[in-house]
Design a protein around this ligand. Sequence first.
Ligand SMILES: C[S@@+](CC[C@H](N)C(=O)[O-])C[C@H]1O[C@@H](n2cnc3c(N)ncnc32)[C@H](O)[C@@H]1O
Ligand SMILES: Nc1nc2[nH]cc(C(=O)O)c2c(=O)[nH]1
Ligand code: SF4
Ligand SMILES: [Mg+2]
Length: 222
Amino acid sequence: MSTYQVVEKFVSINGEGRRAGELAAFIRFKGCNLQCSYCDTSWANEPGCESERLTEEEILSWIRETGVKNVTLTGGEPLLRKGMEELIEAILEDPFRRVEIETNGSVDLKPYHILKKRPSFTMDYKAPDSGMEKEMLLSNLELLGSEDTLKFVVSSRRDMEKALEILEKYRLVGKTAVYFSPVFGRIQPVEIVDFLMEKKLNDVKLQIQLHKVIWDPQKRGV
Ligand SMILES: C[S@@+](CC[C@H](N)C(=O)[O-])C[C@H]1O[C@@H](n2cnc3c(N)ncnc32)[C@H](O)[C@@H]1O
Ligand SMILES: Nc1nc2[nH]cc(C(=O)O)c2c(=O)[nH]1
Ligand code: SF4
Ligand SMILES: [Mg+2]
């Protein structure tokens, strides 16, 4: 049976995505294949980062104890972890739970798309300033549906122009939820609002990471 290297698990409000503001039980898995210029959890990607190795049953039991309906699997990059399909299926066996996966856009979503019960994906398209755009697996864009979210974390006009190009090329608005989110501290949110107005971008939402407004932006476990 698989075990999973978990760097933290906590209950908070979800600060991002379509369930922002709702309680969620977070499990953060160790390690990532990308190195985004702005990553706020790069500590979780360090080989030396402390972690606990948990079995599926230990994770399920912690989730049950929280009493929280929304489960967010994040990292690091959760979809790189061996046994993740099994874990998602096991969590979703309880009809009370909802699973949301934070994923970086470089890992193929197909194996998860065909699960009996599908989780909801919040997938980034890494914009140019991240330095990771070349890693994007464009076929993933076709797999996103009405229960998923496509997120552009942007820090410049160049990033927003690129986001718009992708949205138009793949006709994504209306197909999946679309968010623009500022790289924390690197762009004023009003610049995003101005861009949405200028381009008349209906059905695209601005999102500010709520947990960084509520708590110290550096604080872990919230
Ligand atoms: C830490 S990542 C973990 C999941 C996955 N590796 C990914 O990139 O989606 C979770 C989310 O936080 C966002 N994020 C990371 N650093 C950020 C920052 N400095 N400002 C805003 N969002 C950030 C990422 O873009 C991603 O949407
Ligand atoms: N409160 C809170 N909400 C979040 N939503 C996605 C997060 C993440 O790091 O993936 C996150 C996080 O780190 N904290
Ligand atoms: S993909 Fe996610 S976890 Fe990995 S470096 Fe980028 S923001 Fe950080
Ligand atoms: Mg975070």
